[in-house]
Design a protein around this ligand. Structure first.
Ligand code: GDP
Ligand code: MG
Length: 723
């Protein structure tokens, strides 16, 4: 027996792999209801009867072809890393569809144990499965489990241990694929046998089937290692393909798939599955879906739910937001009285408290929003959103699988473009994938929420929820139009069809909701406390140094003396004059700083969009991470000494500042929503698209686009509402 046994959890998306993985390893991985979340594999350890077991959670796949990145990750792991056992997690309530993947494992001849999951759901639907019979027919152990409660998991591990120690290398199962294909496979045998370096890794019949399925990875490998045999083989495949198209009008892949399903059906019909007649054969889910995904009602309900989400968020979070803002003002004041004047005090008040406090101040809003999203996600509604959006997406040259990346990036609110960009791996067409990759950063991610909330709160406070809702719609509209534009120009090409299965609705558990809300909120807070803190201090330094030249400092000193001399009689007036001098000095100092200089230089261009130099500093900070926009504005407006009244919130400061008004706010909002993605997203885009060219493209394209939009808004705005 090996010291550590490796088992890989494989199966369709939503079969319960992650739930089983969490149960086995005690980890708390995020459980998502949609495809595209677990792209990379995760691993952990567990112990059974003294045997240490390494558990790897593979991405969910419906098949083992090389069409999508997930399927390749899963397949390559199983073939190259040779886990001691593949545990195929199968959703018992959707057995036929799930066994399609199991069938491919059997053809591949990997050591297999089937975990027949969700038997509770199957039973509720009146379906009973004879696991032993199924196992006998398939030739592998089949163990019924309920991953959610852990029932049967012990038995499953025992079966895995038993099979792993049995020491019989399983043989690939031979399926019949119909006379044409079977004949071709026989004809191909000699050439396949010649490809020795590959048959050492893959069963040779399997190689043949893959060639017939036109599997890019395998075709490429054969052509690379054995070009001669490869040519013969692909020629033979083409003959069959033409023949099948002439006679049946289908490609070999379809014939092979049909025979796999035929094999599964024949097994299931032999007393493996018994259905009790359930009075309500239209399951509750289907019934709900009739309404919720209805052509006309569906989108209306979706808009309604979204609107409720925003109303819920803004009405319930306003009180805690106020408390937090008071709390940070108190800290500011405390530091102000405790510390002597100087750079340290300035750094703590302007860099740390105003900067990070600004970001922390939004925790309640973020938390409420995340809670709402968790409800939508855990109940299965988010998958319906994807389903409905699919129709619209096709029109814009995207794919149904693009929907999830958009939603993950903040399509409802509060996501992040980084996982969004990674989730595009589910897309099979490279052009559709690129178009998705480049447009998901337009969504309102969690980091943009604070600044959106801030500006909306400051200038459109009467209709906060309504404007937030509107900004989401605008983000979608712009993203889709940009995608269409890309698909009509640099990414021209046909679109590919999409099939999606809707997971049944589930009643979310309070525990699950709280865990999800907390995980995401905690991530936000962690980022605020680490990365954002660092950048915030850096930006503070940029806005503080090199400081005013001595001549200026002494000029302000003499102004102060002057005021003291002339207004000594009137205490109130003197205080006012001194505060004004202090503000002027602070403003000039900021203006003179490195950050200020950059902001001022950019103002020459940005003023066409009504964006002033202080906002420019914040926008540059936002290139590192979007959260920094709020914190930098906080620092800029506190260092800038804009108003003499201490301890007022940034929102109040902006509202009172002569430069700002609703038109400026709208232009700035538009710019922030659509300009260059943050640095991490840019890096991800480069990695996922495989080239820095696209990353650079997204920086330039988005920034120019956002700027044009902001200029248009500002120019039209000042025409309509002159100051
Ligand atoms: P994965 O995509 O294969 O990783 O699937 P997940 O582990 O994310 O599970 C999808 C959903 O099915 C989650 O909401 C789970 O709570 C739920 N689930 C998993 N196993 C069971 C089970 O045995 N019974 C029931 N009723 N639900 C389950
Ligand atoms: Mg998963």
């Amino acid at each position: 027996m090996k010291p550590v046994l490796t088992i890989a959890l494989a199966g369709n998306p939503n079969a319960g792999k992650t739930t089983l993985y969490n149960h086995l390893t005690g980890a708390r991985q995020h459980v998502g209801n949609y495809p595209g979340v677990t792209v990379e594999h995760k691993e952990g350890y567990c112990l059974r009867r003294g045997q240490e077991i390494r558990v790897v959670d593979l991405p969910g796949t419906y098949s083992l072809t090389a069409y999508s990145a997930e399927e390749l990750v899963a397949r390559d792991f199983i073939i190259n890393e040779r886990p001691d056992m593949v545990v195929n997690v199968v959703d018992a309530s959707n057995l036929e569809r799930n066994l399609y993947l199991s069938c491919q494992f059997l053809e591949l001849g990997v050591p297999l144990v089937i975990a027949l999951n969700m038997i509770d759901v199957a039973e509720k639907r009146g379906v009973t499965i004879n696991a032993e019979e199924l196992g006998d027919r398939l030739g592998v152990p089949v163990i019924p489990i309920i991953a959610r409660s852990g029932k049967g998991v012990g038995k499953l591990l025992d079966a895995v241990l038993a099979a792993a120690t049995a020491d019989i290398r399983p043989q690939p199962v031979f399926l019949q694929y119909g006379s044409d294909i079977d004949q071709a496979l026989t004809d191909m045998t000699p050439d396949l046998t010649a490809c020795a370096s590959l048959t050492a890794i893959y069963p040779h019949r399997w190689l043949g089937v893959k060639l017939l399925e036109n599997d890019e990875q395998i075709v490429h490998k054969i052509m690379e290692t054995h070009p001669e045999a490869g040519k013969q083989l692909t020629a033979r495949c083409e003959t069959v393909s033409h023949h099948l198209q002439d006679t049946l009008g289908v490609y070999p892949e379809a014939v092979i798939a049909d025979h796999r399903y035929g094999y599964i059906k024949s097994i299931l019909l032999q007393g493996v599955v018994t259905r009790k007649f359930v009075a309500d054969r239209l399951y509750t889910s289907d019934k709900i879906d009739k309404v919720v995904t209805h052509r006309i009602l569906g989108p209306l309900i979706m808009a309604g739910i979204l609107y409720c989400l925003y109303t819920f968020t803004f009405s319930y979070s306003s009180l805690p937001v106020e408390w937090l803002s008071k709390f940070f003002a108190l800290i500011s004041k405390g530091v102000d009285t405790l510390l002597p004047d100087g750079p340290l005090k300035s750094m703590i008040i302007s860099g740390v408290v105003d900067g990070v406090g600004g970001v922390f101040g939004f925790v309640p809003i973020i938390m409420f929003m995340f809670f709402g999203i968790a409800v939508l996600e855990d109940s299965g509604y988010l998958a319906r959103v994807a389903f409905m959006m699919d129709r619209i997406f096709h029109f814009f040259g995207l794919h149904g699988s693009s929907v999830m990346p958009f939603i993950i990036s903040g399509g409802i609110a509060g996501g992040c473009a980084v996982p969004g960009v990674m989730a595009t791996r589910t897309l099979r067409s490279p052009k559709e994938r690129l178009a998705t990759l480049l447009t998901v950063p337009f969504m309102n991610c969690g980091a943009k929420l604070p600044i959106l909330t801030l500006l909306i709160g400051a200038f459109f406070s009467d209709h906060q929820a309504r404007y937030m809702f509107l900004s989401t719609l605008v983000a979608w509209l712009i993203a889709l139009c940009a995608a269409k534009l890309l698909r009509l120009t640099v990414l021209k090409g046909a679109s590919t069809p999409f099939v999606m299965e809707l997971p049944p609705y589930r009643f979310p558990t309070l525990k699950g909701l709280l865990i999800h809300t907390w995980e995401r909120t905690w991530q936000y807070m962690k980022k605020a406390g680490t990365v954002i803190l660092g950048i915030s201090i850096l930006v503070w330094a940029m806005m503080t140094y090199p400081g005013l030249p001595d001549a200026q400092v002494s000029r302000y000193a003499s102004l102060r003396q002057e005021a003291q001399r002339t207004m000594a009689a009137d205490g109130a007036e003197l205080r006012k004059a001194l505060e004004k001098i202090k503000a002027d000095e602070a403003r000039e100092k900021l203006h003179h700083s490195i950050g200020g200089q950059i902001g001022v230089a950019l103002e020459r261009v940005s003023r066409y969009a009504g964006i002033d130099w202080r906002t420019n500093i914040a926008l540059i900070g936002g290139l590192a991470a979007k959260e920094v926009i709020v914190s930098t504005l906080g620092t800029a407006y506190s260092l800038g000494g804009i108003d003499a009244k201490e301890n007022s919130s940034l929102q109040e400061r902006l509202n009172r500042d002569p430069h700002w008004n609703p038109v400026v706010a709208l232009a700035v909002l538009a710019f922030i929503m659509f300009y260059s993605p943050c640095s991490v997203t840019v890096i991800c885009i480069a990695r996922e698209s495989g080239s820095w060219k696209w990353a650079a493209f997204s920086i330039l394209f988005n920034t120019l686009f956002a700027f044009a939009l902001a200029v248009a808004i500002y120019q039209i705005g000042i025409l309509l509402y002159p100051r």
